[in-house]
Design a protein around this ligand. Structure first.
Ligand code: SF4
Length: 263
């Protein structure tokens, strides 16, 4: 058996921020109950980031004890993947309460071996495996492709992120997902600084490289005083109109979990 096909018990330990049950708050599956596995560390620094606590590795993870319970366990990091899979299984009780496990971060593709092992273990539980990624790490994405069912890569707009859009890495990532038919959507966070011209270019890029996936424009959620500001309501239809010139399926979906006040 190759290392790439090792069972979860032989997989590396991985730094974890939290494991919890909640509702998917972003994209086409909004409202679906999922188990979230948030891995620590990120190699990007988006200006709008709502999870900066994921940048360092905390000494201990927070692992919710039961799906309707506020109590957390605090196992030390890094967690063996087998323990992580066991935590997911414990939360999905009764079995089938959740439709999927969402592997998120930080940037989960900093830990491809662990993501792959966790994905295979969660599939064995009957859970669909959903990967959230910045869409900028095509090499690690290829490593995990057979262990995930769908992914939501980002398109990092420079106007919202504060750094240049990584077009080449996005292109390679999108093509991999398109070839495997595993792109659920592409998510682009938009801010007050985002222009129709920038969104138009992004939409044409997505239509060319990942045509099967809807493009979701996600209005940035306001952060206390930190730039950039969220988009004014009047900007959203203009951005949508610009994107639709080049893309057949463009949706505007805010972060619903923030509206509900759940994590
Ligand atoms: S990729 Fe995600 S976790 Fe990383 S900085 Fe950007 S928003 Fe934050």
């Amino acid at each position: 058996m190759s290392a790439g096909h090792a069972p979860p018990s032989a997989a590396p330990a991985v730094p974890v921020l939290e494991v919890f049950s909640s509702f998917q708050g972003e994209g086409p599956r909004v409202g679906e109950r999922q188990v979230f596995v948030r891995l620590a560390r990120c190699d990007l620094r988006c200006a709008f980031c709502d999870t900066p606590e994921s940048y360092p590795t905390p000494d201990r993870a927070r692992v919710q004890r039961a799906p309707d319970d506020d109590g957390d366990d605090a196992p030390p990091n890094p967690l063996p993947v087998a323990d992580l899979a066991a935590a997911v299984a414990r939360l999905d009780a009764p079995r089938g309460l959740h439709r999927a496990v969402s592997v998120t971060g930080g940037e989960p593709l900093l830990h491809p071996k662990a993501v792959r092992a966790l994905g295979l273990a969660c599939r064995a539980l009957g859970l669909r495996v959903h990967l959230e990624t910045g869409g900028h790490r095509p090499g690690p994405l290829e490593e995990v492709l057979d262990a995930i069912d769908e992914a939501t890569p980002d398109l990092k707009l420079a106007s919202a992120c504060g750094f240049p859009t990584p077009w080449d890495a996005h292109r390679a990532s999108y093509r991999l997902l398109e070839g495997a038919r595993k792109a659920l959507c592409v998510k682009a966070v938009v801010a007050a600084t985002t222009t129709p011209a920038e969104v138009e270019r992004a939409a044409a890029f997505c239509a060319e490289h990942v045509p099967s996936a809807p493009l979701v424009l996600q209005p940035m959620t306001a952060k206390d005083g930190a730039p950039p500001p969220p988009p004014p309501a009047a900007l959203l239809p203009r951005l949508h109109t610009a994107a639709r010139r080049h893309h057949p399926d463009v949706r505007v979906i805010p972060q619903a979990h923030k509206l509900m006040g759940v994590r």
